[in-house]
Write a protein of this length. Structure first.
Length: 143
C-alpha cells in the first residue's frame, strides 16, 4: 500500500462495544480521526510540525455508511486516503474492513478545513503539505 492510501489497524476492544453487542457507531468517528492522525504522522506531519507552522485541521463534516457490524476482538483494517484537495480543505475517505473475511464494514468521509491557528480562519494549505498529501480521486478500497 502506498503512502497515498494508508492502512490503520484496530483490534476491537470492550470499550467500543455498545448494548447491541457490536461496535458503537460513534466509535467509528474516533477511529476516523485516529487513522487520519496516524497517516499524517507517517508523513512527518506531527502535532509538533503543525505547532511549528501555525496550522491545524478541523472537521467540518463527517459522513458514515454502516454496512456490516464489527464485534469484540475482531481485527479491523482502516484504509484512508485524500480524495480531493482544494485551497483550504480536503476530503478524506475511509474504508473499514474485517481482516478475517475481508468484509467491508463501513465507508466514511470527512471534510477537513485547514486553519491558521493565530486567527482561527481557513488558510491556504501549505505547499509542503500538498507535496505529500496527494489526492487519489478514483481509489476503490480493497484488501
Amino acid at each position: 500500500m502506498s503512502q497515498i492510501v494508508y492502512e490503520y489497524k484496530i483490534v476491537v476492544s470492550q470499550s467500543a462495544i455498545d448494548t447491541n453487542m457490536h461496535v458503537n457507531n460513534v466509535v467509528y468517528v474516533q477511529w476516523m480521526q485516529d487513522a487520519a492522525t496516524a497517516h499524517s504522522d507517517s508523513l512527518g506531519f506531527t502535532a509538533e510540525f503543525y505547532d511549528k507552522i501555525g496550522g491545524t485541521w478541523v472537521a467540518r463534516s463527517h459522513y458514515i455508511e454502516y454496512l456490516s457490524p464489527a464485534f469484540l476482538g475482531e481485527e479491523l483494517i482502516v484504509q484512508t486516503w485524500i480524495s480531493s484537495i482544494k485551497r483550504s480543505s480536503s476530503n478524506r475517505e475511509y474504508a473499514f474492513f474485517r481482516k478475517s473475511d475481508k468484509t467491508l464494514l463501513a465507508r466514511a468521509k470527512t471534510v477537513w478545513i485547514y486553519l491558521n491557528v493565530a486567527n482561527g480562519r481557513p488558510a491556504k494549505i501549505k505547499d509542503e503539505l500538498l507535496e505529500k498529501y496527494m489526492a487519489c480521486e478514483d481509489y476503490e478500497p480493497k484488501i
